[in-house]
Design a protein around this ligand. Structure first.
Ligand code: ADP
Length: 384
């Protein structure tokens, strides 16, 4: 069995692998830039280096049986040279390659015939010369976007002008604004032998392009679940992924599903699986990349609601009083990432509350209860 897993990236996604690694008898070796990064605390060894430092990844490879990713902002050509020398990456770099640049990712989806918003590659200067721009416009940096960094919903010509300095030399995509009814997401994993498991489809809520809440399962028609499941299976199979994918989608008013984004790793929309599913997304990733049989992705409860604890100030506080109040909510599981510094918008932790109540058979009741819990969590956290 593969026992030493090298992880590129040492943020909370790597940190949350700790319990699964202990359960499976796996050592985690982490490559991450700062010694204060969350996963340093749980790694058996750390290589302190930037994510894109392939020389450091060669050192990581020397200590690991297999390398996987919690962060995909890597130097792919340099890693490809390591792969040619026999380093085992899971997922393989060929699976990552079409996903790292948003233009390539959308083009790949189109080539597979999977639904995605219309898009074109453009510079901001070219966007400015459009004769009759159809506001709102959606501009995205082609690389290195996360948590809405790099995604701009442009409502007016003045908004556009205000971005010119910042985006002058940055490769962008311009895409259609989708007036979605809801946002959905799904996690799906594929093992070495090609077995696929798909987690429940969830509903996500973003504010200013950042995920705030996740509701599991999404209360949607079976036809929608089937569309999402088919998309997940086709992506995993076509990319020959060994590992896990997070897929974010838009649900339109007509009940159609469009793929917004694919992440070749665990994802914020799958954090609820830690407490609510038979096998967490983190265990599933480790199982897949170590060649173990995949676990059941089934929900262990009727529903779950996950709320991100986002920073709202710059401080070095540990927020213990708020965390204690959150932990006192019945069936709440508080995950605190142990980051030294809080900054506005920074993901500091999350809370998942499980719902088991037999009286919640009716989906609208479940939804109502989940919404009330999310509001309660946010009132404790943000103090509103
Ligand atoms: P990131 O890569 O930073 O996560 P995304 O592409 O996922 O950025 O966009 C973040 C959020 O911005 C989405 O969850 C959605 O709320 C909004 N958004 C992104 N693209 C569009 C679009 N084409 N139309 C409408 N809203 C969008």
């Amino acid at each position: 069995m593969l026992q030493r897993v090298g992880i590129i990236g040492g943020g909370q996604l790597a940190w949350m692998m700790a319990d699964a690694a202990a359960k499976l008898g796996i050592d985690l070796i982490v490559q991450t830039p700062e010694k204060t990064d969350p996963a340093v605390a749980i790694a058996s060894e750390t290589i302190l280096a930037p994510i894109a430092d392939a020389k450091a990844t060669a050192q990581l490879a020397a200590r690991s049986d297999v390398i996987t990713f919690e962060n995909e902002f890597v130097d792919l050509p340099a890693l490809t040279r390591l792969a040619a020398q026999g380093v085992c990456f899971r997922p393989a770099l060929t699976a990552l390659e079409p996903l790292l640049d948003k233009y390539h990712q959308r083009s790949y989806l189109k080539q597979l015939g999977l639904p995605t918003p219309d898009f074109t590659a453009m510079t901001i200067a070219e966007v400015q010369t459009l004769a009759a721009p159809d506001y709102p416009l959606v501009l995205k940096t082609r690389r290195h976007g996360y948590d809405g960094q790099g995604t701009f919903i442009v409502k007016t010509a003045a908004d556009l002008d205000s971005l010119v300095g910042r985006l002058a030399d940055v490769p962008l995509i311009l895409e259609e604004f989708v007036p979605f009814e809801r946002e959905l997401a799904v996690m799906a994993a594929r093992s070495v032998d090609g077995t696929i498991v798909v987690y429940p489809v969830v509903e996500t809520e973003q504010k200013n392009q950042v995920c705030h809440r996740v509701f599991a399962p999404a209360i949607v028609d079976e036809a929608v679940v089937n569309q999402v499941t088919t998309i997940a299976e086709r992506l995993l199979t076509n990319l020959q992924v060994v590992g896990i994918l997070g897929i974010e989608l838009f649900l339109t008013q007509s009940g159609d599903v469009l793929v917004n984004e694919i992440a070749p790793r665990t994802h914020n929309s799958g954090h609820y699986t830690l407490d609510a599913c038979d096998t967490s997304q983190f265990e599933q990733q480790l199982r897949a990349v170590c060649g173990l049989p995949l676990g059941s992705p089934a929900l262990r409860c009727r529903g779950a609601v996950m709320v991100n604890l986002l920073g709202y100030e710059t401080s070095y506080r540990d927020y213990q009083a708020q965390r204690d109040r959150l932990a006192a909510i019945p069936q709440a599981h508080v995950h605190w990432y142990g980051k030294m510094e809080a900054r506005p918008g920074r993901k500091l932790g999350h809370v998942t509350v499980l719902l088991d109540d037999e009286t919640l058979q009716d989906p609208s009741q479940l939804q109502e209860r989940e919404l009330a819990i999310a509001q309660h969590i946010e009132s404790i956290w943000y103090g509103k």
